[in-house]
Write a protein that binds this ligand. Sequence first.
Ligand SMILES: Cc1ncc(COP(=O)(O)O)c(C=O)c1O
Length: 416
Amino acid sequence: MSFTRADSLKCRADFPALARTLNGVPLAYLDGPAGTQVPRRVIDTISGAYAHYNANTHGQFPTSNDVDRVMESTREVIAAFLGVASGASISLGANMTTLNYALSHAIERTLKPGDEVLVTQLDHEANRAPWMRLKAAGVNVPEIRLNPNGRLDEADMRAKVGPKTRLVAMGYSSNALGTVNDVELARELTRAVGAWLLVDAVHYAPHFPMDISTLDPDFLLCSGYKFYGPHVGVLYTRPGLLETLPTDRLPAQEPIAPYRIETGTLNHPAMEGVAAAVEYLASWGVGRSLRERIVDAMTGISAYEHALAAHYYAEVAKIPGVKVWGTDFSSRRRAPTVSITLEGVTPFAMATELGLEGVCVWDGDFYALRPIELLGLAAQGGVLRTGVSMYSQESDIERLLSGLSRIAGRRLGTAA
Ligand SMILES: Cc1ncc(COP(=O)(O)O)c(C=O)c1O
């Protein structure tokens, strides 16, 4: 396993944004779940595309030929990141939400009243709202229950996947609580009833090696800006499936995968930037093939991030008045994202005070509306969320902990 604690410190030099300071102190970027910083390699790739081959696809001249070549190789690199054989199963778009809506429009046309699409109570709205919408067409959209411990209720999932189920739309990992869901069980259950499985891997992809060929979902989505790339959505569709779906598309548009769901002109330089982000990640791994290097690097990054987040999880819980939400770190199947609340202080007030010190953490619901509502946290403004990325340091966590201890201490002082 290649990526170590020393590498985490070393990699910081590759991210220009990490040099930004506030009052002479570097910013502590603990906001990765909402988007990571990008390495120089990604920035250079995108600006290089504009400098050398800014053209549309399928022209008969050199710059357009370059874009065609780059787009195909971009799909291959993303396929290697996800662990699938061919770039032909990789469609690209503006972001995950837009691609998921496009997919829901296509899938809606294959459904009839009384069919069921299952969503979860833990998912981000981007993987709920596009499916909830189908209720208007007479489709039932039951929710897999969330337990107060931050895990989906397995018995409820088993009970709800049935003969009427056409699709289960489930997150791989929660962007609010860091839970990793049992998508393998969802695959087993959906396969048994002939339903499709759609996995939202937006929060999972930056933190774990992905192996789609083993999981074998019908659809999987992720988003480049969460794993050190630009804002681009990625949709994997099981080979042969996209061609059967009545997608929204112009008559002139290619009817085959992966193009069938890609409307309009794409952001080619940004898409090449996603491939550059994957290649950057791979540069921290060893192996003969790109895939081997990606898996090696992501295995190391995953272990590093897990240890740092576990440290934060344990330490923050010791601060008087703090409640930590979500499962503990005893399992490796836990994303390095930790949400807390502090009695008597809103997440907004905490995030504002920490932000003034250059500690970047998010407050709110992060569009994970349903879990925040069910945990009873909506009225107080959600939670304070900390995300660990490959470049996060123990010193970032120490700054956060000392800021939180001060805020908590002041609260107790005031109360006394
Ligand atoms: C788990 C999860 N799913 C989906 C999304 C939506 O992704 P995008 O911004 O690419 O539409 C996000 C964004 O925060 C997310 O965290």
